[in-house]
Design a protein around this ligand. Sequence first.
Ligand SMILES: [Zn+2]
Ligand SMILES: [Zn+2]
Length: 338
Amino acid sequence: MPIAAEDLLHPTPSGLYCPEGNFFVDPHRPVERAVITHGHADHARPGHAHVLATPETLGLMQIRYGDGAGGRLQALPYGEALNINGVRLRLTPAGHVLGSAQAVIEHGGTRIVVSGDYKRRRDPTCTGFEPVACDVFITEATFALPVFRHPDDADEVARLLASVATFPGRTHLVGAYALGKAQRLIALLRAAGWDKPVWLHGAAVKLTDWYRAQGIGLGDVRPVTAADKGDLAGGIVVAPPSALADRWSRRLSDPVTCFASGWMRVRARARQRGVELPLVISDHADWDELTRTVAEIAPGELWVTHGRDDALIHWAHAQGIPARPLALVGRGEDNDDG
Ligand SMILES: [Zn+2]
Ligand SMILES: [Zn+2]
């Protein structure tokens, strides 16, 4: 008889735990052995004794945490399998940010896939999501409401460039989460034909340099400190969302405040943050991507980690797929990662 899924992996106060393999996936607190799906702070926390992740995620953790990235770091490239105390583990692309992975955990005839965060649309800065058949699929639910349907990202970037053309004297200041969204936005601007420099806030420079070191082409990207005011009139500045409102932005030339996030679908959020040009560009699956992914994988069971779990669980039940919430502590706390 195959091992029960709950015995192979279950939630604990520290996070999802695999007792047979004695490891946690994206633990919330420091643990002995952690498997990390990707570099965002609500998944990759500092201070674990042993960290297993893709080489890219380990690199990003070292940039963010330095020595706190973990006692021992072990790289597991996509597709290579590892045996941990009899449990087979491999990492497969999640399409969320550079190095993001799903953890495929197999033991005693049962396979569980922990997707971390994911999206299905093409992203020039990371490897696309690969569906894996499984007994239990563990999904996020950040945008799991039918109201969340992300538009084509090329159309959103076209709106940004149209605004730049309309206001040639103004600086377009675009808030974009420093890990993943900032680099993807720059890549999308290049794909849309923007060949002028993209100016970068200091907080995103190291991460962006890391992307380039991995061979992700981003063109002419310069720190905003290297610009004079004349450069910035008519220019595009990418900054972490937290920088939009602070005094830092006052030195820009009559800025148009923009924000690239799935949350920009909610007009009240854009208004609250003083965003003049909301751009609905998300690194998370929208409602259609979530339901399409679950239908495609057709798991024996669906477990939902964080976000709007009710609607997705209701939908799964209607499809005849048993589903339940996991309500993991500490997940999705940083709303800017949208
Ligand atoms: Zn994430
Ligand atoms: Zn997350």
